[in-house]
Design a protein around this ligand. Sequence first.
Ligand code: ZN
Length: 281
Amino acid sequence: MSRFETVDYQVNDAIALITLNRPESRNAQNMRLILDLDLAFDEAEKDDQVRVVVLRGAGKSFSSGHDLSIVSDEGAGNDLENMYLRRRELPETLMEHEAEMYVGKCLRIRDFPKPTIAMVHGACIAAGWMVASMCDLIIAGEGAYFSDPVARMACVGTEIPMEFWDVGVRKAKELMFTGDKLSAAEGKSLGFVNQVIADDELEAYTLAMAGRISKVPPVALKLIKKSMNHSLDNMGQADSFRQHFTLHQFAHQSDEFKQFVSQADASVSDFVARRDAAAKG
Ligand code: ZN
C-alpha cells in the first residue's frame, strides 16, 4: 500500500520503483501528483538502500502532461487544486507557481543524487516528456511516443525546453511547431532514447538494467552525474532553461493565449479538441 495518493512507491533490491498512478487520466499531472512525486523522491533520496530510481506510469501511458483542468479553469474540485488555480490568476503568482511546481520539481529530478531511469510506454506528452527528460536514461517501449502540442494552445512549449536538448534544434522546431508525435525508434535514432524494447519486455529489461547499475559504487555514479550535468550547464542548459521560462511566462500573458483560454468552454475536452484541431491541416 503506497503512502501517496497519486504515486505508488516500492523498493526492491536497491531499486526504488516510482509509478505515476492516475491511470484514468493517463497520469495527467495535477498538483497532488507533482507533490506526491516529489515526496517519493524524498524517500528515495534518504533511503541508503536505494541506489537507482525507475520512474514509470500506471495503465496505458507514461504521462499525458499537466492536468489541463488547471488551465481550462475547470478546476479539480478540491482545496489543493483550487489553491493552485488561484495562484494562476495574476502574472506574478502564476510565474512563482510554475517556477516552483513545474521547473523546480523537474530540476530536482535532473539533479537527483542517484541514477534515474524513465521507463516510458504509451503516450509521453508535453510535461510528461519534460519529466521523462529529467531522468538520466530513457528506456522506451516500442509503442511509446513523445509529443509537445503546447504551441497549438498558444504557449511556448512546456516550461522547460527539453526538445532542444533531447533532439537538437532542427527537429525540436519541427516537433514544437507541429505538435507531431516522435516514435520511440526515432527518439533512439536521435540519441535521447537509450533503448527501445518490446512493450511486454520493457519492465523486465529496465529493472535488469537498473539492477546492474545498482551494483556500481554509488559515489562514482553520483560524481559521473554531477560531471555530465555540469557540462550541460557549461553548454548553456541552465541559461537556456531560464530564458525559455521567461518567454513561456510572457506567452501566458499574450493576447492569443488569453483568447485561446477564454474560448475554451470551461472543459478539458473542449480545450484538447481545439488544441488538436490545429494539427489536422
Ligand atoms: Zn505554463
